[in-house]
Write a protein that binds this ligand. Sequence first.
Ligand code: SF4
Length: 62
Amino acid sequence: MNASVDPDLCIACGLCVSTCPEVFDWDDDGKASAKMEEVPAESEVSAEEAADGCPTDAITLE
Ligand code: SF4
Protein backbone atom coordinates (compact mmCIF):
# COMPACT_ATOMS: atom_id res chain seq x y z
CA MET A 1 0.00 0.00 0.00
CA ASN A 2 1.28 3.45 -0.98
CA ALA A 3 0.18 6.70 0.68
CA SER A 4 0.20 10.22 -0.67
CA VAL A 5 -1.32 13.58 0.28
CA ASP A 6 -2.53 16.20 -2.19
CA PRO A 7 -1.18 19.43 -0.69
CA ASP A 8 -3.72 21.48 -2.64
CA LEU A 9 -6.54 19.72 -0.77
CA CYS A 10 -4.93 19.45 2.69
CA ILE A 11 -6.30 22.04 5.13
CA ALA A 12 -3.78 21.07 7.83
CA CYS A 13 -6.42 19.87 10.29
CA GLY A 14 -3.94 17.44 11.84
CA LEU A 15 -6.16 14.37 11.90
CA CYS A 16 -3.89 12.14 9.85
CA VAL A 17 -0.76 13.19 11.75
CA SER A 18 -2.42 12.31 15.06
CA THR A 19 -4.18 9.17 13.78
CA CYS A 20 -1.22 7.65 11.95
CA PRO A 21 2.02 9.42 12.92
CA GLU A 22 4.01 6.45 11.63
CA VAL A 23 3.13 7.52 8.09
CA PHE A 24 2.00 11.16 8.12
CA ASP A 25 3.96 14.21 9.20
CA TRP A 26 4.05 17.93 8.45
CA ASP A 27 6.06 19.17 5.52
CA ASP A 28 7.90 22.49 5.33
CA ASP A 29 4.80 24.20 3.93
CA GLY A 30 2.67 23.27 6.94
CA LYS A 31 0.73 20.64 5.03
CA ALA A 32 0.57 16.95 5.85
CA SER A 33 2.63 14.55 3.77
CA ALA A 34 3.48 10.88 3.73
CA LYS A 35 6.88 10.21 5.26
CA MET A 36 7.35 7.14 3.12
CA GLU A 37 5.75 5.79 -0.03
CA GLU A 38 5.24 2.24 1.17
CA VAL A 39 3.01 2.02 4.24
CA PRO A 40 4.33 -0.58 6.71
CA ALA A 41 1.92 -3.50 7.10
CA GLU A 42 1.39 -2.76 10.79
CA SER A 43 0.29 0.81 9.95
CA GLU A 44 -2.20 0.01 7.19
CA VAL A 45 -5.27 0.07 9.46
CA SER A 46 -4.42 3.44 10.98
CA ALA A 47 -3.49 4.84 7.56
CA GLU A 48 -6.93 3.81 6.31
CA GLU A 49 -8.53 5.46 9.35
CA ALA A 50 -6.62 8.65 8.51
CA ALA A 51 -7.70 8.53 4.87
CA ASP A 52 -11.33 7.85 5.80
CA GLY A 53 -11.31 10.69 8.32
CA CYS A 54 -9.62 13.30 6.19
CA PRO A 55 -12.25 16.06 5.79
CA THR A 56 -11.08 16.99 2.29
CA ASP A 57 -10.24 13.52 0.92
CA ALA A 58 -6.67 14.67 0.41
CA ILE A 59 -5.16 11.26 1.20
CA THR A 60 -4.79 8.61 -1.47
CA LEU A 61 -4.01 5.00 -0.58
CA GLU A 62 -3.33 2.60 -3.43
S1 SF4 B 1 -6.43 14.73 7.58
FE1 SF4 B 1 -6.40 15.56 5.50
S2 SF4 B 1 -6.73 17.76 5.72
FE2 SF4 B 1 -6.16 16.96 7.75
S3 SF4 B 1 -3.95 17.27 7.86
FE3 SF4 B 1 -4.29 15.19 7.06
S4 SF4 B 1 -4.29 15.37 4.80
FE4 SF4 B 1 -4.52 17.43 5.69
